[in-house]
Ligand binder design. Sequence first.
Ligand code: SF4
Length: 472
Amino acid sequence: MEPTETTTVKVGELEFPPRKVWMKTYGCQMNYHDSERIMSHLSGLNFTKTEEKSDADLVIFNTCAVRDLANQKFYSHLGEMKKLKANADINPETGLKKNVIVAAGGCIAQTEGKELIGKYKQLDFAFGTDVVDNIGEMVYRAYAGEKKFAVTSWDRSDNYSIETKITHGSPMAFVNIIKGCDKFCSYCIVPFTRGREKSRRLEEVVKDVRRLVEISGVQEVMLLGQNVNSYGKDNGESLGQLIMELEAIQGLERLRYTTSHPYDVTDDLVEAHRNSKKLANHLHLPVQSGSNTVLQRMLREYTAEHYLDLIGKMRAANPQMTISSDIIAGFPNETEEEHEATLRLLDQAQFDFIYSYAFSARKGTKAARMNDVLSDDIRGRRLREIQDRQLKIQESIRQGMIGKTFRILVEEKGLSKGVTKWTGRTSCYRLVHFEPESLEQDYQWHWVDVEITSATALSTQGKVLRDLGKRP
Ligand code: SF4
């Protein structure tokens, strides 16, 4: 039965009246996808989402251990929970204070769940990345009165089998195809927080996507994994093969995948980019550095030459393709020469955009144990040089879009300097903003052809040529 505002749902020995959950997600798309799964499980326990922390009966933090900022934000938000619990409303029926339950999941909880529980009084339970689908059971335990527990076990089964859960009603869906990572790059905590690689079977993913398209009206799918290029290795299957199978699903318009490791890009994936009509004209392929010696210290298993050759092959397979990347500035003991090599690689690669960060050590990784001599000032300066160089490249690439027509899927409406604008993404993953033809016009989830009228390094404006409605 679908819960309503007033119905109480009985689960096992407990009654679940309508309650509110407030959830904060940090970090990558895998985490956002996990949060969506969590929400879908919680709706079975009569929870609905609230945007107001103070309204919540249950607060969940889905944490990230990769980014320093996300890390800091989580601890500061968790600190605020002390006050929120203390100031919770009095229930007029019982005369008791509302029992707000606070939980932490995700990558920090996976590695430090037990410590968090011991250290933070306001935290009721912690759960790791491999038990997201058991959230209902954990919430049940908390409401049954169990105090202070952490569930951080790994799924030991050989196969990885899930069904994608969506709650948002949009035509875009994330679909997990592989979890974990076997790469152990020297700076990365993910193999410790997400475990070893495990792929879903190709047949199951195809069935899952077909169901999303035919029943839930999904049109664009992002295939997700920490290293999607390793997909299917254990089962004699591959990402290229999966893409070509998904290609045949009628009603599926666009396919994307992320994140990729250059070492695992296979020829059949390059061929999929040549032959697929649905695969987006965009590839996010993290390079991290342009210096072979830094790449060696990062344990990335490829050289800058191999990387450039690979993106050359991709562009030859699909000349429309744009490529984006990740760069780490100031890896431990990076020399000026090594940094210069990264700047040169930016010129050669002509990325459409990059995510760039100053190196910050993650506890428990090899890079954190390196005897590093670089100062924060040097890192900051190198990061600025990387970003400045990239912005120039981006500006000239974006200028080349002016006068050209792109098909976008419109995602949202907003106000920019008092002017109403809609925003959508091209197949090549560029955001385009445009003014509606009339203020009443609703473009949400429409496919629209736009002509680019102006562009800067960071934003692109267009005008509507054709509104194709909700199906292209
Ligand atoms: S491939 Fe990606 S997720 Fe895996 S260890 Fe390297 S950086 Fe981390």
